[in-house]
Ligand binder design. Sequence first.
Ligand code: NAI
Ligand code: MG
Length: 792
Amino acid sequence: MNKIAQIFDSLDYGPAPEAADQANAWLNSHDRVFGHFIDGAWTAPGKTFASTNPASSEKLAEVTDGTTEDVDTAVRAARAAFPGWSALSGYERGKFLYAIARMIQKHSRLLAVLETMDNGKPIRESRDADIPLVARHFYHHAGWATHLSSQFPGMVPYGVCGQIIPWNFPLLMLAWKIAPALAAGNTVVLKPAEFTSLTALLFAEICERVGLPKGVVNIVTGEGETGAAIVNHPDVDKIAFTGSTEVGKIIRAATAGSGKGLSLELGGKSPYIVFEDADLDSAVEGLVEAIWFNQGQVCCAGSRLLVQESIEERFIAKVKTRMAKLRVGDPLDKSVDIGALVAPVQVERIRDLMQRGIAEGAEVYEPDGQVPATGCFLKPALVTNVSPANTLVAEEIFGPVLVAMSFRTPEEAVALANNTRYGLAATVWSENINLALDIAPKLKAGVVWINGTNNFDAAVGFGGYKESGFGREGGREGMASYLKPSWEKDLQPAPVRPHGEPVEPRGRANPLDAGHLDQTAKMYIGGKQARPDSAYNRPVVSPDGTSVGEVGEGNRKDIRNAVEAARAASGWGTTAAHTRAQILYYLAENLDYRRTEFAARIKAQAGEDGDREVALSVERLFAFAGWADKYDGAVHNPPLRAVAAAMIEPLGVIGIVAPPSQPLLGSIALIAPALAMGNTVVVVPSDRSPLSMTDFYQVLETSDVPSGVVNIVTGDSVTLAKTLAEHDGVDGMWFVGPADASAMVEKASVGNLKQTWTSRGLDYDLADPRFGGDYFLGKATQVKNVWIPYGA
Ligand code: NAI
Ligand code: MG
């Protein structure tokens, strides 16, 4: 047989390697050793470590391990560049972003090859996915820069942003961080991951070539300690991190109380749900994309296959057939599907996890065939026979390992899908659009792909729910996370008021000497008046020391009951916005009806003008009734045959600790926006003047508020704030109080990475009309982007 006939016979691939000579030439032009890029110039290399090609184990270059001093120099350069950069017009900044996008496009092949060499990902992916998305991100944000002042009036940049990125999409993660930061007028210090620094250094050179002002972008290479030095630097105003949930939690704790902005894009264990009426062949192709794209080293990888029992056998057989056709090998080969994992340590990690899973009963299928003998290669793997508790089901593997389970009903699919501490992404396959659109809102994930997977676009936000982090990248919401209201920068310290201590009424030391018989206000939990678990009460006294009543001394148990009630009332979140509005209007009406009584109570507890505070509280309820059906989502039109519906969803349960002042408004101003957006709340009212809110439950009872939507626990603010912040059933936490207690709340929230807003001892005057606007609505909600393809 001649050669061509043989090829027709075997249909084998020949090698189709992409040339590496240009990337090597670029590395050589730097003598294969790099310092940092700080203040528009290259520093002399310091102590260095190797950046290697994981497919060949060949050393590509030496990069500098950034010290605390290096980080400090970079932060100072970024600080010095900030006034000039932020003062440029949006158009001027936009032109720089546009120039960067053009340069990336012009040098796309060089960037793609270098990325593949340093990371091990197939050239097909770096060439067709990573780098085009990088360029798209800079183009998109050139536009945001141009229109910033009209689109985000009153908003200003944070200042210096510290950005720390992982190794799985090195240049793409850099783009997701740097493009919006620069568009907003921030300057940045970015640290690439230690395994993959090279494209960030090539990017630095691009910044140089486009004439970006010195110090606007600083790249400091290094390992975890260098990252920690950025996180802990006192002159950094915002931290943006993508990486493991473990490090994300360290950063959350480290930044607590610092006032630094924070966005975290962390791990995932995303479900890939296939219903019996799905187009199975398409779903198989989607699955290949979901779990074997980038060797499965994808935060949003569809790593948990949930397949309907009726088609399980057929679908799994198709998956196995397809797996056998995946080609594992040299990432620079244009016809390779699965390249090298990033580093030997990751291969070991995956092998360890697999062994644990197998010991727990898992069965593993791997197709026949060989992978290259040297380099970080693994075969694609399919894991079956697992219970939800199996390590391979629960842990993020970050490798080419798919775990399969089955379900019978849509309800069961949703329950299994949500049975994870993560909430980054989810995929739904069904030809029944009604079913798919019914399931999407029920999935606790920041991105839902219907009949598709791993779609990304700069115009569509990306980010997680639950322990997958908070904040979004891309879209309007991503842009917003690099801006803050200008007035926040001018806040003064709140007048210091004693807090937490029950104030003893003058001249009374004996707790039995209650001023009022039968005037102990109850707590309000699950729609019922509740006595405190502790069976202790605390006195309420007027500023002149007169006893005006008693309230229960709430404890951990009361908080637990209240959180349970709030969780059980989650139906509030899917109640029609119109209905929520009607109920808030009704609350306003009923409070107004009793304004004289409420005003007198405020006057008695706080000595302040009660009439004004009641009027403001009524107005605030009215304002948020009006907001309920207006603060809503968007439909994006990404460059694919799909629309992405950006849906605004509530956080879930919000713990609210009200300020000591403004006994009524202090709570109402925070409850109203939370309720309007569909959250349920556990509120700890002012601990010195709690009676206005214990009176308020009578208003709740007469206003059709469903049981459990508002729960009121009285007691010491700081003690109860700690319990709420530590509770994993609470999704968000708002705290008004001193700086040290605010820091405590942020730190205690690390367990389930709840989103926090704290006043940090600053004078947030909740009577200010700005708090009737959308300030709290963004904090009460998270955006879920649902991708819906079209075309027959
Ligand atoms: P990692 O979270 O340690 O690394 C991400 C980045 O954080 C790197 O730039 C690293 O230098 C930096 N870093 C590490 N410790 C730090 C600290 N204390 N303070 C500040 N920055 C710090 O992830 P790693 O160790 O490379 O991978 C381990 C596992 O984490 C993976 O197997 C995977 O499961 C998960 N991971 C998830 C990612 C995602 O996008 N969801 C990305 C990378 C890793
Ligand atoms: Mg490398």
